[in-house]
Design a binder for this molecule. Structure first.
Ligand code: HPA
Length: 233
């Protein structure tokens, strides 16, 4: 049944949905990596697709930027379309001096300044599915992906007013910052689904380095293939 933000028919989504923030990345993922991908929704230009990877059905649905948007799409996918597993595939900024760009990070916990998890009554701490995390670690080891694991900060603010915030979070052991994982973990826990966040390091907040558009694409593709293998293992 269509929802306010997704216009797909019942059964249009596979059990596992990869969620990039960017709808263009969703289309890229579907066109480049899925077989027989078909667009299943395009409300507000948020294009979702279903196809197969290695013969197993997989969908991709953008989350948009930030936790309010990610919360809407993840809730509707799980509650109204019966999706069982959500794997966020995104990019992130780096807080730790010794964590380089182009690494894939799996979020073993999400911490946040957002009110969304607490307002929904989500359990604390905000954790990924242990099974999806273990699968990601195994697939990364088997395919030679140098996977970093650790705590992710999900921020409501991209343009932080003060660098001291980065330093405080780095000192607290947080590896990277992005803007959606905490909502995904909270809603998956509340709705009885499984979630994992995989993010590629693209912006270094200590050294000031940023990947170019081409470098972003190549690095993100490595993560997308890892996520697809996790989704279909
Ligand atoms: N901050 C927050 N989210 C991000 C960043 C960042 O520097 N880079 C990619 N996503």
């Amino acid at each position: 049944m269509p929802t306010p933000h997704i216009s797909a028919p019942d059964g249009a989504f596979a059990d596992t949905v990869l969620m990039p923030g960017d709808p263009k990345r969703a289309a890229h993922l579907a066109e480049t990596f899925l077989d027989g991908a078909e667009m299943v929704t395009e409300v507000r230009g948020m294009t979702g697709f279903t196809g197969t990877y290695g013969g197993t059905p997989v969908s991709v649905m953008p989350s948009g930027m930030g936790m309010p948007s990610a919360a809407i799409y993840s809730t509707e996918l799980i509650r109204f379309y019966g999706v069982r597993r959500l794997i966020r595939v995104g990019t992130c900024g780096v807080y730790q001096p010794d964590l380089p760009l182009r690494r894939v990070v799996a979020g073993t916990e999400a911490v946040t300044d957002s009110n969304i998890p607490a307002a929904l009554g989500a359990p604390h701490p905000l954790l990924p599915s242990a099974e999806l995390l273990a699968t990601a670690e195994q697939v990364a080891a088997d395919t030679g992906v140098d996977l970093a694991t650790g705590t992710i900060f999900s921020s409501d603010i991209f343009y932080e007013p003060d660098d001291a915030t980065h330093e405080a979070r780095a000192a607290a052991g947080v590896l990277v910052v992005e803007m959606e994982a905490a909502a995904l973990y909270a809603i998956s826990a509340l709705e009885g689904a499984e979630a994992l966040t995989l993010v590629t390091t693209t912006d270094h907040l200590v050294t000031g380095e940023h990947l170019t558009a081409d470098e972003r694409q190549t690095s993100v593709d490595e993560m997308l293939e890892l996520a697809l293998r996790v989704a279909t293992t």
